[in-house]
Ligand binder design. Structure first.
Ligand code: FAD
Length: 407
């Protein structure tokens, strides 16, 4: 007799598990509380869906035990994923840096291919069906919704995380897991904007520039990245900020002291920047500091840089002392801001923390505490870097769970 399987959550991990299990003739039902499955897939990668990364290894993940991902990533190699995509009628655009997108560059193509494959394989997709409780007795599971309950042999919890609740995320999966004895690792927003403690960031709102960002936790450098930054009314955003946000957010959770150092001109070292300054002063000695600085850094930052080193922007550059020039160049390359919060789960792409991986078998995704209970995707205490790694783990863990549940 075929296995009767319930999958709670019709996101990336749930759909992958459903297709895999149903193709092996299991009787699969997806419960999805949104009106349609895969809302996050549609919103992903700015509507393009950075679907996977060709280079993913455990080093691209964070959590209590990032090595938990190793087995899954080896089971679903990039070549396996390409074959899977072909089997659902999806072609990929593979970028030089390892990021992959659907060839159409449209996330809706991914969702269409996945939902059609699930339907073709006979998956029973129940939308607008919120699971409110999961109970377990005498070796069977009962999935409760507001107006019905149904029994299953096996259940996969693939409810995702609390990030971006407007797309359907919830903490329900954590509740179900915890009620069945699983430990939860505290959650925190990741790939998220940061709030700054300064009197000037909001005045520079809208300034976007390429910079090097160094993150200090308790005065210790923990990460350095280059990329765009964008000052905002609440603090700071941009790809470089998203890239350091996991470590910043975890440090905030642990009540640590967090500083950002921004280098507005990372292409020059200190000496070179000093030389450039002196050359500019020789070339245009009668210009004001404001105009000279405006040729080096975004105009909207100039007044605040000058304010920080207490030099008037109206000062004629030939009157600057060597000490003042050094102060300015040092500030341009090491502008410090204190981080006091993140912009919250609503704005985060993913969440750190979740169901502790110590209680889950990494080779089967089955609970070590409750037989026939499985987990996949972001509900687990695994979070990836930006670049397709989060979907990567959702596909890999979903595929393993799907295969194992039919055994
Ligand atoms: C704006 C945005 C952009 C992103 N872009 C990318 C990207 O380009 N590349 C990348 O790798 N990652 C990206 N991510 C992250 C990626 O979307 C997630 O890591 C991934 O979707 C996790 O898959 P999942 O199946 O575990 O969870 P989800 O995709 O969140 O699916 C969980 C599903 O469970 C449903 N659910 C929850 N509770 C219940 C309940 N009680 N009953 C029934 N259903 C329930 C939810 O509605 C949801 O459909 C992005 C995230 C966001 C928010």
């Amino acid at each position: 007799m075929s296995q009767k399987i319930a999958i709670i959550g019709g996101g990336a991990a749930g759909l992958m598990a459903a297709i895999t299990a149903a193709r092996e003739n299991a009787d699969v039902t997806i419960y999805e509380h949104n009106q349609s499955v895969g809302k996050k897939i549609l919103a992903s990668g700015n509507g393009r869906c950075n679907i996977i990364n060709t280079t993913a290894t455990a080093d691209d993940y964070f959590g209590s035990n990032p090595d938990f991902t190793s087995y899954a990533l080896k089971q679903l190699t990039f070549e396996d994923f390409i074959s899977f995509c072909h089997s659902i009628g999806l072609l990929l655009d593979i970028k030089d840096d390892g990021r992959c997108y659907p060839l159409s560059n449209e996330a809706k193509a991914v969702l269409y291919a996945l939902s059609s494959a699930a339907k073709d394989a006979g998956v029973n997709i129940l939308t607008d069906k919120k699971v409110v409780m999961l109970s377990h007795a005498k070796g069977r599971f009962v999935v409760h919704t507001d107006n019905d309950k149904m029994q299953f042999d096996k259940v996969l919890i693939a409810t995702g995380s609390e990030a971006a609740p407007q797309l359907g995320s919830s903490d329900d999966g954590y509740r179900f897991a915890s009620a069945l004895g699983h430990t939860l690792i505290p959650t925190y927003p990741c790939l998220v904007q940061l709030h700054l403690n300064s009197k000037i960031h909001h005045k520079m709102a809208g300034v976007k520039t390429f910079a090097e960002v160094t993150l200090y936790v308790n005065n210790k450098e923990v990460e350095k990245v280059q990329g765009d930054i964008l000052f905002a009314s609440y603090g700071i955003s941009g790809l470089a900020i998203l890239d350091i946000s996991q470590k910043a957010s975890l440090a905030l959770l642990n009540h640590q002291n967090i500083m950002l150092s921004i280098n507005l001109l990372p292409r020059y070292n200190v000496q070179k920047l000093n030389d450039i300054f002196h050359q500019l002063i020789s070339a245009v000695p009668n210009h004001t500091l404001e105009t000279v600085l405006g040729g080096l850094v975004p105009a909207k930052t100039v007044n605040y840089l000058c304010e920080s080193v207490v030099i008037s922007p109206a000062k004629i550059v030939s009157l600057l002392t060597p000490k003042e020039i050094t102060k300015l160049t040092q500030l341009i390359q090491n502008w410090k801001f204190e981080v006091i919060d993140t912009h919250g789960f609503k704005h985060a792409e993913v969440s750190g923390g979740g169901v502790a991986t110590a209680d889950v078998n990494e080779q089967t995704m089955e609970s070590k505490l409750v037989k026939n209970l499985y987990f996949a995707g972001e509900v687990l205490d695994i979070v990836g870097r930006r670049g397709g790694y989060n979907f990567n783990f959702a596909w890999a863990s979903g595929m393993i769970a799907g295969k194992e549940m039919v055994k």
